[in-house]
Design a protein around this ligand. Structure first.
Ligand code: CA
Length: 239
């Protein structure tokens, strides 16, 4: 089933991810991104709702160790007492080396340090699920307006024809298409698409890439989706 501005759900079962994180903005981004990648996401914003949520089965837990109502490590400890096979990826802030080590000692399967890239989160989840012998969804095919994005083959087509994009242009368009309607600043795009920052890369790089993608979409006869400039903030993909 093709959804306008949506993605084709990968065939097969959608693994359930329990995301325990109190940063609402990060949750919104991860939720949208993971859903597009073929996962079912349940969110708990603190230890208490996480404990309540564990009564429902899930396939993998992404656990932020800095929670408002207690230590994420305590939560991991009680989780491991109940189930020592459930895959867990812990998330720590920068400079919380000790937490990361304790997390791994307590049986976490992997860790991510904030700020992390959404693509990296998905890659880690897939790898941990595979190691645990649990099924990971196949990469999604995203239908957005007049284009089809094959995230497995890294190809974008319009009317069946591949649009010639550089790897960076592809990654930028795919990233925006994963969360249509959401505005990203140039700094956020540098971070998520270039895995860089304003100290290393001029924000004008983003503008140049957007300009080239727009030109290529236009010459491929694509009116929608389009990358819209949001004055004073950045860009979003409209579908
Ligand atoms: Ca937190």
């Amino acid at each position: 089933m093709a959804l306008t501005g949506g993605s084709v759900p990968p065939t097969g079962r959608r693994p359930k991810i329990m995301l325990i994180e109190d940063d609402a903005d990060l949750v919104a981004m991860c939720d949208a991104y993971l859903t597009r990648a073929g996962f079912l996401v349940r969110v708990a914003a603190d230890s208490r709702s996480a404990l309540a949520g564990f009564q429902h089965p899930c396939d993998l837990v992404v656990l932020d160790l800095g929670l408002p109502d207690g230590d994420g490590l305590d939560l991991l400890r009680s989780l491991r007492q109940g189930d020592d096979t459930l895959p867990v990826i812990v998330v720590t802030g920068r400079g919380e080396e000790a937490d990361r080590v304790v997390g791994l000692e307590l049986g976490a399967d992997d860790y991510l340090v904030k700020p992390f890239f959404l693509r990296e989160l998905v890659a880690r989840i897939r790898a941990v699920l595979r190691r645990a012998g649990r099924e990971a969804p196949s990469p999604a095919v995203i239908h957005v307006g007049g284009i089809v994005i094959d995230t497995g083959a890294h190809v974008i087509r319009a009317a069946g024809e591949a649009i010639e994009l550089t790897p960076r242009e592809y990654t930028l368009l795919e990233f925006l298409a994963t969360t249509p309607g959401r505005v990203y600043s140039r700094e956020q795009l540098l971070s998520h698409v270039w895995e860089s920052s304003v100290e290393w890369q001029a924000p004008a790089t983003v503008d140049e890439h957007v300009y080239r993608i727009r030109r290529k979409l236009t010459s491929a006869g694509v009116n929608m989706p389009k990358i819209t400039t949001v004055r004073g903030f950045g860009y979003r993909l409209d579908t």
